[in-house]
Design a protein around this ligand. Structure first.
Ligand SMILES: Cc1ncc(COP(=O)(O)O)c(C=O)c1O
Length: 454
């Protein structure tokens, strides 16, 4: 009997992260400050430690992973690469479907891959407290865990709709010692303003980021940690793809298509970019490789947004980044994949998309749950709603192979398990979940409010 799980040993945990900035066809557009000039490292120092700022601006291809971070990674890494043979059989496809399972981390997703190094570099810089935002609760719980492992205090602003839908995520964060507040909250100016304007707002990631940044900027002992979007987070998540490459080497295969959900872009970048690095280096195996980012049709930043400078948060505290955006005050409907409710997308991925080096597709919510349930019934694992987006597209690719007879190798990022998302599944089973296509006129209205640069 052949094994379906391709495993690595602890000593095979990568020693360096991969940074795609070194392999971009043209230099990345710099983030811009309020004065319309490129942001200087000193301007970021109010909320980030030096090592993170260096990584954010680095064009070095390889960045060393500190030994202390690798030792903590041993708690769940290397994560398994699994061949979904039962799903393949159910679909009757000649395709080989693999998934990299990031749900094995204590927090249940890929997010601790960046939370641990971020807490580590802050601790090294003498920082005692961290603030952050969380959508689905995955990032907040990951930072709560990382803070606990390094003896740091963590305060989490949790998007109101998720705070209400996911009490167990909140309790998880509290178990790891973090304080959790529903966002918008009364603790910050941003929160109070948002509540005064729309008292029953569902909140948004952009708003929660503003609250966390506002607090961090106002306290010397406190820094801010972001769970996606920024370059350093995408760099940290490259550990997923780097491990997957070693695992494929073990079985003498190479993916033809890589699929991942895309919120801020870190899990997509994490799994796909190390392989695209092979392509940039002229590796013949990667010549025809396709990488597909999957977003919800209710929050379609890559597929319907504009490629322009915009703020990373709703209040305009962050530098302006050149990215695909739906407008910084875009408040997406309360879809269940909370982690995909972000108005923009990573600058690195936006540039790659703009240059035609990656693909993107938007899918409706119900079809993603159909795919997630089909996957769970074949492979056992109940996926997070965000991950269901990747499964939908992986299944569609496999079904296309069934029609063409091609035996492609498909790799998708199973970014997390859905054990704390069962209320979303409940709504799906009871027929209460609905599809929501964001109206194009709304996007146009919001885009009219974009900041002017230069
Ligand atoms: C399980 C899971 N997958 C994917 C995402 C999307 O985020 P990103 O695009 O940064 O990977 C999230 C975000 O919270 C998540 O929790």
């Amino acid at each position: 009997m052949e094994s379906t799980r391709i495993l690595l040993e602890a000593h095979e945990i990568p020693t360096h992260w991969y940074n795609v900035a070194a392999d971009l066809p043209s230099p990345p557009a710099p983030p811009m400050g309020p004065d319309g000039a490129p942001v200087k490292p000193e301007q970021l120092a109010a909320i980030f430690p030096p090592a993170i700022i260096e990584q954010e601006m680095s064009a070095q291809r390889w960045i060393e992973i500190p030994q202390e971070v690798r030792e903590i990674f041993r708690l769940w890494r290397p994560s398994p690469l699994v061949r979904a043979v039962r799903l393949e059989a159910a679909l009757g496809t000649p395709a080989k479907i693999f998934f990299k399972y990031e749900g094995v981390s204590p927090a249940g997703s890929h997010k601790p891959n960046s939370a641990v190094p971020q807490a580590y570099f802050n601790k090294q810089a003498g920082i005692k407290r961290l603030t952050t935002e969380t959508g689905a609760g995955q990032w907040g719980s990951s930072l709560a865990l990382a803070g606990q492992l390094f003896g740091m205090e963590v305060r989490v602003y949790m998007v109101k709709v998720s705070y209400e839908q996911k009490p167990y995520r909140r309790l998880m964060m509290q178990t790891w010692g973090a304080e959790v507040f529903s966002s918008p909250s009364n603790l910050t100016q941003t929160g109070r303003k948002a509540l005064a304007e729309i008292p029953d707002t569902p909140g948004s990631l952009g708003l929660a980021i503003s609250e966390a940044v506002e607090e961090a900027a106002g306290r010397a002992d406190t820094n801010y940690a972001l769970g996606s979007v920024l370059n350093h987070v995408v760099v940290h998540q490259s550990i997923i793809g780097l491990e997957a490459k070693k695992q494929f080497d073990k079985i003498g295969l190479y993916p033809d298509v890589i699929v991942a959900p895309c919120g801020g872009g870190s899990s997509f970048g994490g799994i796909a970019l190390p392989f695209l690095g092979d392509k940039a280096a002229g590796d013949k195996r990667a010549e025809k490789l396709r990488a597909v980012a999957v977003e919800p049709s209710s929050c379609p930043s890559l597929t319907k947004g504009l490629y322009t400078y915009d703020f990373g948060d709703s209040s305009g505290f962050t530098p302006m980044m050149k990215m695909y955006t739906l407008g910084h005050d875009f408040v997406p409907p309360g879809i269940h994949a909370g982690g995909l409710r972000y108005h923009g997308c990573s600058q690195l991925l936006s540039q790659l998309y703009h240059e035609g080096l990656i693909e993107a597709v938007a899918v409706p919510q119900l079809a993603t749950f159909d795919a997630g349930v089909q996957f769970a019934r074949c492979e056992g694992i109940i996926p997070a709603p965000e991950s269901c987006h990747a499964i939908r597209v992986a299944i569609d690719e496999a079904l296309r192979c069934k029609q063409t007879g091609e035996a492609k190798t498909i790799l998708f990022n199973l970014t997390g398990h859905g054990h704390f998302d069962m209320s979303s599944y409940e709504r799906y089973f009871s027929g209460e979940l609905e599809d929501f296509d964001y109206p194009a006129e709304e996007v146009q209205k919001l885009l009219a409010k974009l900041p002017k640069v230069g």
